[in-house]
Ligand binder design. Structure first.
Ligand SMILES: *Cc1c(COP(=O)(O)O)cnc(C)c1O
Length: 429
């Protein structure tokens, strides 16, 4: 099945019904699973047999959908989590513990930045942030002997910087650690980070994958390429016996392809329990079935809106990697030849007041703390997510007060542009 194309994987991947079985993936609405003998169940607890015993750890509906995402990303194994935050936390904590260190791009989602710089710090995991534009030497200088992973986002939310995945993968591997990439914005339709050397890929499935603003969720995909045993001293959690599983060594028993996800499921999901509900996995799968049809439309609308905004006199500048003049255009062409996503950000010359007035006049684009669904939405960080900051503080953080982020949905681009045009006209009066 290796030669199936992306659309076929999106529609049919992960689940193949047997004779007389349901065509759509079944929602296994059950917390628990029944066994005939204690020996049968014991084999599951010893990880000697694969099967289900409790939905806090694993559920068949989730596993069908995770298998589809693994196929779409070109990975060896995957699992679903309750949110994108949970996915990044679980993926990091699976190989980091107190005393360890993470290197991450500074251009990442605010929630992930807080996760690393505040919460993981409280757990004894230190971090160093590097510019997404860091040279190989600068990247290399950020690593310490206790560094366990390098992290970045393919297209950063909300800065829209593009990660040089090959350069980051090279730096990670030179220091004997995996590269972890959050691929939420391009989705596997527009980029497969594993092809460029990423070892672990994470997603907030809340965004384009679901695509309809219906369910919060996350996913972790393991490429199966990282040789944990070659760096056994760095990764004791994978390469030494787990006493809570009768001394199983994950990297030995499940190999390079299975160790990471098996440990994350059997140990972290058991102890933390942030699993996606099977109902949500079912809804996520409906989104995945049309992802390859929707993403080109999001890109088409994002490109048209970015090109329109770039020509308007009220607009100081536009960030969109699909624009020929964008700082990240060349990287975007390399890693995402079919375009990246539908999110565009732009700065209004009139600052905070202009942004507020502009957004008040929008009729189609609604004001939401969300991106990447079917309906166009927008946000002015200065008056919402970052409203505690002064204009000076905002400028320092690279978020001008007049910055508006617009997530282009699936509507007709002519209508979106007309809506933007009338709101721009209103602020010029
Ligand atoms: C939204 C988002 C997250 C967090 O995901 P949730 O599903 O909201 O927990 C992580 N990374 C990126 C890039 C995101 O856009």
């Amino acid at each position: 099945m290796q030669d199936r194309r992306m659309g076929t994987k999106a529609v049919q991947g992960g689940y193949t019904p047997g004779n007389g079985e349901p065509r759509q993936i079944p929602i296994i609405q059950s917390t628990t699973f029944k066994y005939d003998t204690s020996e049968d169940m014991g084999r599951l607890f010893d990880l000697e047999a694969s099967g289900y015993f409790y939905t806090r750890l694993q559920n068949p509906t989730n596993d069908y959908v995770a298998a589809k995402i693994a196929e779409m990303e070109g990975g060896a194994a995957a699992m679903l989590t309750s949110s994108g935050q949970a996915a990044n936390f679980m993926a990091m904590f699976n190989i980091c513990e107190a005393g360890d260190h993470i290197v991450a791009s500074s251009s990442i989602y605010g929630g992930t930045f807080n996760l690393i710089s505040v919460t993981l710090k409280k757990m004894g995991i230190a971090s160093t942030f590097v510019s997404p534009d860091a040279t190989e030497e600068e990247l290399s200088a950020a690593f310490r002997p206790n560094t366990k992973l390098l992290f970045g986002e393919t297209i950063a939310n909300p800065a829209l910087t593009v990660l040089d995945i090959e350069k980051f993968a090279k730096a990670a591997h030179a220091h004997g650690v995996p590269l972890m990439v959050d691929n939420t914005f391009p989705t596997p339709i527009n980029c497969n980070p594993i092809k460029w050397g990423a070892d672990i890929v994470t997603h907030s499935t809340t965004k384009y994958m679901d695509g309809h603003g219906a369910c919060v969720g996350g996913a972790i995909v393991d490429a199966g390429n990282f040789d944990w045993m070659a760096y056994a001293d760095k990764f004791p959690g994978l390469c030494t016996p787990d006493e809570s599983y009768h001394g199983i060594t994950y990297a030995e028993k499940f190999g390079q392809q299975g160790a990471f996800i098996t440990k994350c499921t059997a140990q972290l999901m058991r102890d933390l329990g942030c699993i996606q509900a099977p109902q949500h996995a079912f809804i996520l799968n409906l989104g995945l079935e049309s992802l390859h049809v929707r993403m080109p439309r999001h890109v088409e609308n994002g490109q048209a809106v970015a090109e329109f905004l770039a020509q308007q006199e009220q607009v100081a500048h536009v960030n969109y990697p699909g624009l020929a003049g964008d700082k990240y255009h060349a990287l975007s062409e390399k890693y995402m030849p079919n375009g990246g996503c539908g999110v565009v950000s732009f700065e209004l010359k009139g600052g905070r007041a202009a942004a507020e007035l502009f957004m008040k006049h929008l009729k189609l684009a609604s004001i939401e703390t969300h991106v990447a669904d079917a309906r166009t939405c927008c946000l002015n960080p200065a008056t919402s997510t970052h409203r505690q900051m002064t204009d000076e503080q905002l400028a320092e953080a690279g978020i001008p007060a007049g910055l508006v982020r617009i997530s282009c949905g699936l509507e007709d681009k002519q209508d979106l542009i007309a809506d933007l045009a009338q709101a721009l006209a209103a602020i010029s009066k």
